[in-house]
Design a protein around this ligand. Sequence first.
Ligand SMILES: C[S@@+](CC[C@H](N)C(=O)[O-])C[C@H]1O[C@@H](n2cnc3c(N)ncnc32)[C@H](O)[C@@H]1O
Length: 272
Amino acid sequence: MWALLPNIRLDRTMLIALLILSNLLLLIALLWLGKNYLRQRDRRRGRKSIGSNPIPLVEPGAIDPRFALSRAQAPSLDSEVRFIGAGGTLGGTTDTEAWLLAGFAKSARQIFELGTCTGKTTYLFAANAPNEAEIVTITLPPDGNAAGNRAAGDDMAALETAQKESQVSEFYYANTPEGRKITQLFGDSKEFDHEPYRGRFDLIFIDGGHAASYVRSDSEKALAMLAPGGLLLWHDYTPSMTGVWDTLNALHQSGVPLQHIRNTTLVAHRAI
Ligand SMILES: C[S@@+](CC[C@H](N)C(=O)[O-])C[C@H]1O[C@@H](n2cnc3c(N)ncnc32)[C@H](O)[C@@H]1O
């Protein structure tokens, strides 16, 4: 009888340990479920969740020193640009994004844009780039089919938006002196032969079809067309744009280093 007592004590200790362990596991499971629930909810509402964004957030000055803040924490005169405010332009950028894009163009001689729309950014590139700069921009014509080359998993809403944003018949740069720097291409960027442009551009802006397979195709072509040291930018990196969000997160995780510019939906990659 007495010989059994130590065993009973041992069992009780084990029981307490088991209870603590199972409570701990339950707590971990609840925390994991809660975090996933919040992440899904934020995704549905188009908000960013903490921990769901693998791309580091940086200040504009980390991408281009002309945007570095001075000692007074203010942008320098180097960041001054020719500029048109957003005012709800179709498919357009915010004022901060337009300012940064115009500033990046100040030192770019070869610029490529995927997705012209109204041509506002195209115009800002031309207005701010050096005199000898050349800008090539491709877009779907008004009678083009934004879903013509769609793939499984493409977001139909993004394809419908692309169709609407293709109904532009006169671009900002039309009849301007800056227009001489611009070559306008029409067509589906998935069918565009980028080989003649390999390694040529020092600034590329991807803002065409926002469904995943188009973002993937545009990104592959842009990476091939980027010159050494060139800057590649994507627009609309936000959770509600699932095609852009998921593609860029995957690209970053595959080893292409990307940086998300604070207070914008711009993501940048600097070629080495
Ligand atoms: C968001 S708007 C571009 C806005 C413009 N970059 C700006 O900053 O004002 C999208 C543009 O991409 C074009 N686009 C959509 N899908 C395309 C595709 N598959 N190939 C070429 N252009 C496409 C549309 O025709 C539209 O002009």
